[in-house]
Design a protein around this ligand. Sequence first.
Ligand SMILES: Nc1ncnc2c1ncn2[C@@H]1O[C@H](COP(=O)(O)OP(=O)(O)O)[C@@H](O)[C@H]1O
Ligand SMILES: [Mg+2]
Length: 308
Amino acid sequence: MPAPVITATGLTKHYGDLVAVAGIDLEVAPGESFGLLGPNGAGKSTTMRMIGAVSTRTGGDLQVLGLDPDTHGPEIRSQLGVVPQEDNLDTELRVRDNLIVYGRYFGIPRAVCARRADELLAFAQLEDKARSKVDDLSGGMKRRLTIARALVNEPRVLMLDEPTTGLDPQARHVLWDRLFRLKERGTTLVLTTHYMDEAEQLCDRLVVVDQGRIMAEGSPAQLIREHSSREVVELRFGSQRNQAAAERIAGLGDRIETLPDRVLVYAADGEAVVEQVSRLGLHPTTSLVRRSSLEDVFLRLTGRSLIE
Ligand SMILES: Nc1ncnc2c1ncn2[C@@H]1O[C@H](COP(=O)(O)OP(=O)(O)O)[C@@H](O)[C@H]1O
Ligand SMILES: [Mg+2]
C-alpha cells in the first residue's frame, strides 16, 4: 500500500462554543477520488481548510503529504491545488493572466507559467476566452478557470469545495467531464458536495458527514448496499393522504419513509411492492420504481434529506 496523502485522526475544529468538526478519521490514498458528502453546515469546508493548511485544527492529528499543517503549511500549500467554495479569481486580470500570475506566486518561471497556462486553458475549454475579463465569464467558466488555476503548480492533490454548486445542469456536466478526465489521469481528488449525484459520478470512496461527524464511509455502491435496499418505490398519494396511506402499507418492503410530498418504500423488488399496494386497494397518483441512491443512504443515516 502506498503511503496515504491525507490522514486525519480525531480531527476537530471549534469556533468558540460551536463544534464545526467533531472528531473525524479519514485516509485518502494517492490517485483516489475521495469525497465528503453532507448538507450545509456539516463541516465540509472547515475540514478542507484544515487539510489545505489555511485554518488550524483545534485537536486531533492531521498529516497532509506526510507533513503536519501546523508546522509545514507552506510546503503543503505549494503541493496542493485548491478550488475554494467561493471563486476568488482576480477580476483585475484577464483570464490567461490569472493563471500566469498565480503560477508566479509559486515561483514558477514565467515561460513555464505561460506554457502551462495555454495547456490549462485548453483543458478547461477556455482557449477562446484567454483575453476576456473574468467578469464576462459564465459561472461554469469561472469554475473551470478556478480549477485550471489550481492546477498551475502541478499539485499532488486537487481539493475542490463544492465544485458545481450554483451551476446549471449543463455546466455541471461539462465540469464533471473535466474532473473525470483528471481522475483518469491519476490526479488525486478530494472534493466536497451536497449533491448525491455528483458524489456518485466522481467519488471512488466517500464519507457521509453530518454535524461535524462521519456517519458512514465506503464506495457509493458499498454505502448503498449497506444502508439501503436495492430499489425504492416512490408513491405520491397527494399531500393530504400520504400519512394515512403510509400507515396502511406499513408492512410492505424493508422500510418506509414518509416525506411531506411522498411515501418511500424500500424493497429489493419495487414492482412487487407496487402490485401489493394496488391489491390493498390503494391508488397513488403516481408510483415510480428506482434504484437506491446516496440520497437514500443519507436519509437512512440522519432522518433528513441532503437538500432541505
Ligand atoms: N469562520 C467561522 N467562524 C465561526 N463559525 C464558522 C466559521 N466557518 C464555519 N463556521 C460554522 O461551522 C459549521 C460548519 O461550517 P462549514 O464547514 O462551512 O460547513 P459546510 O461546508 O459543510 O457547509 C457551521 O455551523 C458554520 O456556521
Ligand atoms: Mg462548505
